[in-house]
Design a binder for this molecule. Structure first.
Ligand code: ADP
Ligand code: GLC
Length: 491
C-alpha cells in the first residue's frame, strides 16, 4: 500500500460496533473497513476498536494476538469487569478487539435493547480504557453510531484527567433511527456518569429516558453524517427522529461527507465471486454472461433478453419495501425478472417468498445473507432498486453503478447525492429516480428504466459505461475526513 508520507500525520481511533470482514450487518461494517484503509494511505495511524463477538469467524479469531488484559469498574455495578485486548493487523490498520465473554458471547452483535444497552455502555468505556492501557493516545477518536456515542461523554467526564482525555472526538451518524434510549436509572447504573450529564441538553430525553446518541452529539467536538443531503434532512421533523431540534442547535459542528466503496473489495475486473470478470471495455459482452449465470444459479428462466432487477437490502421499514411489494404485480410483465437478496422483518420475507411462488422462474427471493451472491447480483442484474423511505448514504447503489448496473432510487439522503437522474433529452445521468414516497412513482421510474432498456439499448449502454467510470471510491471523501481531523488538531 502506498502511503502519501508528505502529508501531515495524525493518529485516529475508530470505535464502532461492526467491521467487515469480522462482523457486518449493513453499511456501517463496510465503512469501518474501507475508510481506515484509505486513511492509512493519507498518512494516518489508525486503530479500529471493536467488540470481540463470539460470532467473528474462527479464521479471524485464530489470527488475533493477545495484547493484554485489565479489570475495570463499570457504572454503579460495584463489580470489576475483565477487559482483554486481542489484536490483529492487516494492511497497516490495527484492529483491537475488546474481549469479555459476559457481554459479547451471543451469535449476533445486536440482540435486544435490554442486553445491548449494558453491552455498549461497557464497550465504549472499555475502548477508552484500552487506549490508556496500551498507552496509545490518538489525536482524534472517531465514533460511529449510538453504540459508540457514549465515548465523547466519557472522554469529557470519567476520562477527563487521564491521558486519552486530550483526544478530540468526532461522532458519525450512519443511521439516526437507532439511538440507544432507555430509562435514566438503567443508564446511570451501567455508565456511572455524573448527574449533570443527565440534563435536557445532553443525555436526558423527556421525563424518564436517557438517549445515548443525543448525549454523544452534545459532547462530540464534531458531528458528521454520511451524505450532505442527510445532514440537512435530519434537521427537519420528517427525518430527525425526534432529534431535529438538538441537531439544529448543534448544526455549527455538523457536516455531511458522502461514503465511497472500497475499490479492491468491489472490482468487477478481479472479483472472484463472478462467473466472468469484466471492465469498462468488456462490460457489454460479459455482463450478459453474468446475467445468464445468475439466472442459472437462482433457477430463473435463462434468457438474456429479460430485464433483471435486483434488490440487496436489510428487509426493514427503512428500505421502501412496502412500495416494492405493491408494484410487483405490475412489474412482472413477462419481460422482467426480479431478484431479492435480504433478511429482516418476517412480513417482507413472507411477501417475497409468496411472489417467488406466484411468478415461478421469474422471481427469486433469496432470504439469506450471502456476500458472494450479493456480488453476483450486482454483476448480473441490469438495474438495482433502492426505493428507501430514508437513506443516510446507501452503498448498494454505489456498488451497482461500479458494476455497470443502473440504480433506480428514491431521491433522499445519499441516494440523491450519488445518483443523477437520467435525462431523456440530453442522455445525461446515472439512473432513474423518483421523489415522493409513493408506489406509483416507483413504478413510473421502473417503467422509464425498462423503456430505455428495451427501446434504446444504445443509450442504456452509454449509461452503463458512464456509471462504471464514475468515481465512487473513498479517495475524495477520506480526504475530507482527514481535513476534519487536521481542523481539530492544529499544531
Ligand atoms: P444499510 O447500512 O442501511 O443496511 P447500505 O446500503 O449502506 O445499507 O449497506 C448495505 C451493505 O450490506 C451493502 O454492502 C450490501 O451489499 C450489504 N448487504 C445487505 N443485505 C445483504 C445480504 N442479504 N447479503 C449480502 N450482503 C448484503
Ligand atoms: C447506515 C445507513 C446507510 C449507510 C450506512 C453506512 O446503515 O442506513 O444509508 O450507507 O449506514 O454509512
Amino acid at each position: 500500500m502506498q502511503v502519501l508520507s508528505e502529508l501531515p500525520r495524525r493518529s485516529v481511533a475508530f470505535i464502532g460496533s461492526e467491521c467487515h470482514p469480522f462482523v457486518k450487518t449493513g453499511g456501517l461494517g463496510d465503512v469501518m473497513y474501507a475508510l481506515p484503509r484509505e486513511l492509512v494511505r493519507l498518512n494516518c495511524d489508525v486503530r479500529v476498536i471493536l467488540p470481540r463477538y463470539a460470532c467473528i469467524p474462527q479464521k479471524y479469531q485464530d489470527k488475533m494476538v493477545y495484547r493484554g488484559e485489565f479489570y475495570m469498574d463499570v457504572g454503579n455495578t460495584g463489580r470489576q469487569y475483565y477487559v482483554g485486548i486481542m489484536e490483529y493487523i492487516c494492511d497497516g490498520v490495527v484492529y483491537d478487539f475488546i474481549d469479555n465473554q459476559e457481554f459479547f458471547s451471543s451469535g449476533n452483535p445486536y440482540v435486544n435493547l435490554v442486553d445491548d444497552i449494558p453491552k455498549y455502555c461497557f464497550f465504549s468505556k472499555a475502548a477508552l480504557a484500552a487506549l490508556n492501557f496500551m498507552n496509545w493516545i490518538p489525536d482524534v477518536i472517531h465514533c460511529h453510531d449510538w453504540q459508540a456515542a457514549l465515548v465523547p461523554i466519557y472522554l469529557r467526564t470519567l476520562f477527563k484527567n487521564s491521558p486519552v482525555g486530550h483526544a478530540k472526538s468526532i461522532l458519525t451518524i450512519h443511521n439516526l433511527r437507532f439511538q440507544g434510549i432507555y430509562n435514566i436509572p438503567t443508564i446511570q447504573y451501567w455508565t456511572g456518569l455524573p448527574n449533570d450529564v443527565f440534563n435536557m441538553g445532553a443525555l436526558k430525553q423527556g421525563w424518564e429516558d436517557a438517549n445515548m446518541f443525543k448525549g454523544g452529539l452534545a459532547y462530540a467536538d464534531r458531528i458528521t453524517t454520511v451524505s450532505g443531503t442527510y445532514a440537512q434532512e435530519i434537521q427537519t421533523s420528517e427525518y430527525g427522529e425526534g432529534l431535529e431540534g438538538h441537531l439544529r442547535y448543534h448544526s455549527y459542528k455538523l457536516r455531511g461527507i458522502v461514503n465511497g466503496i472500497d475499490y479492491d473489495m468491489w472490482n468487477p475486473e478481479t472479483d472472484p465471486a463472478l462467473a466472468v470478470n469484466y471492465g469498462l471495455s468488456t462490460v457489454l459482452e460479459h455482463k450478459m454472461e453474468n446475467k445468464l449465470a445468475l439466472q442459472k444459479e437462482l433457477g430463473l428462466e435463462e434468457n438474456q433478453d429479460k430485464f433483471v432487477i435486483g434488490l440487496i437490502s436489510r428487509l426493514t421499514n427503512q428500505k421502501g419495501l412496502d412500495l416494492v411489494s405493491a408494484v410487483i404485480p405490475q412489474v412482472m410483465d413477462g419481460n422482467t425478472q426480479v431478484v431479492i437478496l435480504g433478511t429482516g422483518d418476517k412480513e417482507f420475507e413472507d411477501t417475497f417468498r409468496y411472489y417467488e411462488g406466484a411468478y415461478k422462474g421469474q422471481f427469486a427471493a433469496c432470504i439469506q445473507y450471502d456476500e458472494s451472491r450479493a456480488h453476483r447480483i450486482y454483476a448480473g442484474a441490469d438495474a438495482l432498486l433502492v426505493p428507501s423511505r430514508f437513506e443516510p448514504c446507501g452503498l448498494t447503489q454505489l456498488n451497482a453503478m461500479h458494476y455497470g448496473t443502473l440504480p433506480i432510487v428514491r431521491e433522499t439522503g445519499g441516494l440523491k447525492d450519488t445518483v443523477e437522474p437520467y435525462n431523456t433529452f440530453s442522455g445525461d445521468g446515472n439512473g432513474f429516480t423518483f421523489d415522493r414516497y409513493e408506489s406509483g412513482l416507483l413504478l413510473d421510474a421502473i417503467n422509464r428504466a425498462k423503456t430505455l432498456y428495451f427501446t434504446n439499448r444504445y443509450h442504456w449502454d452509454e449509461v452503463v459505461q458512464r456509471d462504471m467510470a464514475k468515481d465512487v471510491s473513498w479517495e475524495h471523501s477520506a480526504k475530507q475526513y482527514k481535513d476534519l481531523y487536521l481542523e481539530l488538531t492544529q499544531w
